[in-house]
Design a protein around this ligand. Structure first.
Ligand code: CP3
Length: 320
């Protein structure tokens, strides 16, 4: 059973915090190809993992489109005022030039990774549109009708974002990414009747683009509950990444054989060992004879002890 974790490189690792301490500008850090390589490889040096996920961020796309992005400690990402003309007129060559160090970082990681999968990723159109228009995490403040007020602008932005996502994917593949994961972290905020327009159809276009390059694609439409099945029937990803609210037994029975990834609540890793073991084994037993990638239902939390990650991997590896 393959194993990797979302946010496997990040603040729960002291060696990441050490680098971060001296690199307070997060976007600049994502544009330092030597540090991108080093951070991406940090979890692979410590743990027996099957894949590396490139150290970057979904908000590198708004940055590449000319919108200011800063990460504020304790608040999260803050985006600058959106200038629609600037965004819509960004030409692809300028975008690629701005993000060039990201692709250089992928090349550098690739040259050191032997027999391991390198995962590239993008934010889904809806999640990116949401950050670009909301300008901060919707955790702090969100109103769908406000986002959707200027429907003509929303439509134009979505088309531009889809085009740039495909370009960003192409460049990651050219640089050495073996698999692409699409994060629709805020799909769960969409009113159900809007899911086809904002989530399924835009992601379907991107999935078809990735498939046309013969590269496998994993989708993570976080928070859509029962609609995971509609999502899979429409989008047909190579693998579906489930969040911690999805019943693993239910998805296995309903999803028509599509490989499944993840599910374990990252908060479980803050519990005692016995609780952790019991919860891991639940997923291992359910997906025993099913194509399954071991992962979490969202990213590793910063409070997680590296020893706990080690323990989790041991349990998964030892299970027959
Ligand atoms: O998974 C990995 O190890 C690869 C790296 C990765 C990062 N961000 C690094 C990061 C990936 C895949 C992402 C994706 C991402 N970024 C998503 C989708 C996945 C998800 O979590 O839902 C989203 C929504 C973002 C936007 C983002 N980036 C937020 C909301 C934040 C701040 C919140 C937080 O956790 O601090 C980030 C910052 C960020 N991206 C960090 C890392 C390691 C923490 C930066 C720090 O050191 O302060």
């Amino acid at each position: 059973m393959p194993i990797w974790f979302m946010r496997q490189a990040g603040r729960y690792l002291p060696e990441f915090r050490e680098i971060r301490k001296n690199n307070l500008d997060f976007i600049k850090l994502c544009l330092n190809s030597n540090l991108v390589k080093e951070i991406t490889l940090q979890p692979l040096k410590r743990f027996h993992l099957d894949a590396a996920i490139i150290f970057s961020d979904i908000l590198m796309i708004p940055y590449g489109l000319g919108q200011e992005v800063v990460f504020k400690k304790g608040i999260g990402p803050m985006l600058g005022i959106l200038n629609p003309d600037n965004i819509l007129n960004t030409n692809p060559e300028d975008f690629v030039k701005k993000l060039f160090p990201v692709y250089e970082g992928i090349k550098k990681v690739k040259s050191e990774l032997k027999n391991k999968n390198l995962i590239g990723f993008v934010g889904a159109p809806w999640t990116l549109l949401l950050y670009m228009l909301n300008r901060e995490s919707p955790k702090n403040n969100f109103d769908f009708n406000k986002i959707n007020k200027d429907k003509v602008l929303v439509k134009k932005l979505l088309i531009k974002i889809e085009e740039i996502i495909c370009l960003h994917i192409d460049k990651q593949i050219e640089a050495g990414a073996d698999t692409i994961q699409i994060f629709d972290s805020w799909a769960g905020l969409l009113p159900v009747k809007e899911l086809p327009i904002y989530c399924y159809i835009p992601i379907l276009k991107i999935v078809e683009h990735v498939k046309s390059k013969n590269v496998p694609v994993i989708c993570f439409p976080k928070g859509i509950g029962d609609n995971y099945i509609d999502f899979c029937n429409t989008v047909k990803p190579d693998c579906i990444s489930i969040d911690y609210d999805v019943d693993p037994l239910w998805i296995k029975e309903k999803v028509n054989g599509i490989p499944v990834q993840g599910g374990l609540d990252p908060k479980i890793l803050l519990e005692e060992k016995e609780v952790i073991k019991k919860n891991i084994e639940k997923y291992l037993n359910i997906f025993k004879n099913y194509p399954y990638i071991f992962n979490l239902g969202h990213g590793v939390l910063p409070e997680t002890k590296p020893e706990t990650v080690e323990y989790m991997i041991k349990i998964v590896r030892e299970k027959k």
